[in-house]
Structure formats: C-alpha cells, structure tokens
Design a binder for this molecule. Sequence first.
Ligand SMILES: [Fe+2]
Length: 271
Amino acid sequence: MSLGVRTEPLRRAPPLLVPGGPYSVAVLLRGYAEPQAVGGAVLADGSVTLVLPQTWGPASSRPGSPPAGDGAEAALEAAARGLILVDTGGPWAREALLAALAGQGVAPGDVALVVGTHGHSDHIGNLGLFPGAALLVSHDFCLPGGRYLPHGLSEGRPLRLGPGLEVWATPGHGGQRDVSVVVAGTALGTVAVVGDVFERDGDEDSWQVLSEDPVAQERSRKRVLSTADLVVPGHGAPFRVIREASQPETTSLENVIQKPRVQDEEPTLHR
Ligand SMILES: [Fe+2]
C-alpha cells in the first residue's frame, strides 16, 4: 500500500455499525466478487451502506422536510437530515436489501437520499425501491418526481450534506462521474464509502483492469487514503487505513463496533 499507510480488513460479518456523531455508518451488505471457474465470469454484488444521523429514529423523521432554499445544496442538506443509503446492490439482491434494512428498523420509505457511487448494475440495481427519496447517482441529482438540480460536483467541489458529511467526486473506475460519501466523526475516524474506487482491500492486482480511467482513479485512491480511517469498498470487507507514524495506538474494534438495531443505538460515543 502506498502513501506510508497500511490497511487492515475488518472481518466481522455485516451488519456492521460504526457509531458516530453527528452521523453513524452501518454497512448493511458486504459486496463480493467471485471469479467463476469457466468463461471468465465473475459472480458479484456491491456493498450497501447506510448513513444515519445521530438523531434519527424510525418514528422521528421521514423524507420530505422542505429544503431551506431551492438549490441542490439546500435540497441535499435537507435530505441528509434523514437516512442516506449509499448504493443499493443489484436487483437480484432486492430481498436481501429489504431484509437488511428491516433488520435496522428501516423501511424503504424512511430513506431520504440514495447515493449511487457509479452507474453499474451491481451498485444501483434497486433504485426503484426508493421512489420517495432524492437520488444522487454519479453526478445526477434529482428530487422525488424527477426534478434535476445542478450542483458543483463536476467542478470538483465536494458537496456538503451536513457537518462532516460530504460527497466527493472520485473519478476513475466507472468514468469521470463516480462519487464517494465521506463521513467524519465516527468512532473509527473518517469513513469513506467509495464504491469501486477500491474493489476490496489488497486490490492492487486487479483494480486497473476494471477502470475506465486508471490515472484518475489512482488520484482518487490516493485522496481517499490520505483522508479516510475506514474505507468501505465496493466488493469486499471494510478496511482500516493505518498511518503508523500518526496513530501509535490502535482503537479496540470490539469497543466501538456494534451490531444493534438502529432504534436500540445509544448515542454515547467516545472518540
Ligand atoms: Fe463498478
């Protein structure tokens, strides 16, 4: 691994909740990519992750809070007061996604914003489950009903959704319009949910052949590794980014990773 960092996968099976404030991160489904014995086929699906405001509860909020302004930034900030789903998996995982959401006390109608990291079928195959949510798929942002709003991602500016919560343009894998969601302030530091910017931990042998623009993706990867403490890749276990010079102590995972239902979560986070 470059940049003077090493990485370490979290092997605990999902769902995996990383509590945080003002946002927690729950990895609902772990993506995978399994080469098949013949024909070069790969059996794959993408990771699905939920970002939860600390104040969210099943009965406390639903999508639809009116934005303070009429631009994309205001609409995104309004959506980020509710639940944000990052990628949806493929359509074949529809029932698994519904079950994973239900396991956290979440109905599809509770999701306020769906972010699709890139336009591949194993990442955005269940958008139809969320007709009441705002959608940010690649660089297309629309409100329920199909009202598309311009924003600054294409100029490289991060989209701020809330305190410590941003969408970054991370081009490369699927083209120039891939995005990642970055959540600061969790018990494991800054979490980056990156789609296929990283296929998995230790993907140096394979990511370039899957990339539309390896030069851009290399930049995106370095940017992620320079900021994130935990990366949720598109097709593997979340992995920690460990900067040995600046992190002499390793936080005990057992002390910070929880597997409660969302409604049981206590916002008593120690960072
Ligand atoms: Fe992909």
